[in-house]
Design a protein around this ligand. Structure first.
Ligand SMILES: [Zn+2]
Length: 384
């Protein structure tokens, strides 16, 4: 047995912890004083970051806020963030928000430390040298970006590309589930299902699946499937919110080491063309891909059935089918839209989406079953 497992070095799980952020970041920031916070305008306008900013200020930090992150961030947003940080003389970076803000924060921390051109960073382990100290504070329970070494940017018009590099692991992650309380039901559902997809795809990945990624994936799925509907139905349910944030974090730790596959490969073109939220696009593609992968992944789905449905002596195929049914049922009860036609995707665009999905070779290679362009088209048609 040989495997490698990487994850950020320090994790703080604390309800209300963001209001004590100034104390909590004594490591890694130490005597560094000038911090760049990376977030988005909606969070800023809703004053979600105010307690954290007040705490940082009380602890003697000077914080400049970059709040121009948008969903599916284009390269221009990252460049603007780095420029602002450079002018300010930022000594450390805090990502505060959903996956987009945390993704931009990671790469900003790297680019504020080096002159490497962004173009040369796409792919796996292309970055050289160090980055600024980095803290991540998620405000959604989904992407797991706080614990991954991946940044996804929109390049050109509609394509999404990934930078995967060891430097992108944060020094410190703060999980404060109180930050997720105000998240509307649709976002709670979509981000929660995204996290479930991370756990499932990590568990069935053809690349680098290992006993520790399995451990995180199973426990992630146990937490997420047990609490998704409760978090959707009552956003103020503290137990559900804490379980979802921890589950999403575990799922992130799993897929950062055992990477995601066809659900994400098919989801990215939907985000690129129609600017649908990442979690929603995954929720739309999960059912068809689960059924497609059944021919190879049934034994693994059967193992996951034992986690989410309960142990059973039924044969493998029946347990695998029970797993897929259970996930479908959770998605239905979450209230997330279930079909491409319901979110404005026109049927005539499906061939273009299928051709685009084929470009996600980094992800498709991890899928338990090979996906051809004809398969991709059939999967989009099934989701339509
Ligand atoms: Zn995802």
């Amino acid at each position: 047995m040989t495997f490698i497992f990487q994850t950020p070095g320090k994790l703080i799980v604390e309800w209300g912890g963001a209001a004590r952020l100034g104390e909590r970041v004594a490591y890694p920031f130490g005597d560094l004083r000038r911090l760049l916070m990376v977030t988005d305008k909606a969070l800023r306008d809703a004053c979600i970051a105010d307690p954290a900013l007040a705490s940082l200020s009380a602890a003697g930090f000077e914080v400049l806020v970059f709040d121009a992150v948008v969903a599916d961030p284009p390269e221009a947003v990252l460049r603007a963030c780095v420029e602002l940080g450079r002018g300010f003389g930022a000594q450390g970076v805090i990502g505060f928000g959903g996956g987009s803000s945390m993704d931009v924060a990671k790469l900003a921390a790297l680019l504020l430390c080096t002159d490497q051109p962004l173009d040369g960073l796409y792919g796996i382990d292309k970055a050289k040298g160090d980055r600024l100290p980095l803290v991540q504070v998620p405000t959604t329970a989904g992407t797991g970006s706080e614990v991954t070494n991946i940044t996804i940017l929109t390049t050109g018009g509609t394509t999404k590309m990934g930078v995967v590099s060891r430097q992108l692991y944060a020094d410190l992650v703060l999980l404060d589930a109180e930050l997720t309380v105000g998240l509307p039901r649709i976002h709670t559902a979509a981000t929660g299902i995204d996290a479930m997809v991370h756990a499932i795809e990590a568990y069935t990945s053809r690349s680098r699946k290992n006993p520790l990624s399995d451990l995180f994936a199973r426990e992630a799925l146990r937490l997420l499937s047990a609490h998704l509907v409760a978090a959707c139905e009552d956003g103020a349910d503290r137990t559900a919110r804490e379980a979802m944030l921890l589950g999403a974090c575990y799922a992130g730790q799993a897929f950062s080491n055992s990477p995601v596959a066809a659900v994400h490969a098919l989801a990215y073109p939907l985000g690129g063309h129609y600017h649908l939220p990442h979690g929603l696009t995954n929720a739309l593609m999960l059912g068809p891909v689960l059924r497609f992968n059944m021919r190879a992944a049934a034994p693994l789905y059967a193992e996951l059935a034992d986690v989410v449905v309960g142990a059973s002596s039924a044969e493998t195929t029946a347990r695998a089918a029970a797993f897929v049914d259970h996930v479908q049922d959770l998605m239905n009860r979450s209230g997330a839209p279930r079909r491409l036609r319901d979110v404005g995707v026109p049927e005539e665009s499906l061939p273009v989406l299928a051709a685009d999905a084929m470009k996600q070779t980094r992800l498709l290679t991890n899928n338990p079953v090979e996906v051809t362009e004809a398969d991709a088209l059939r999967l989009y048609q099934e989701a339509f």
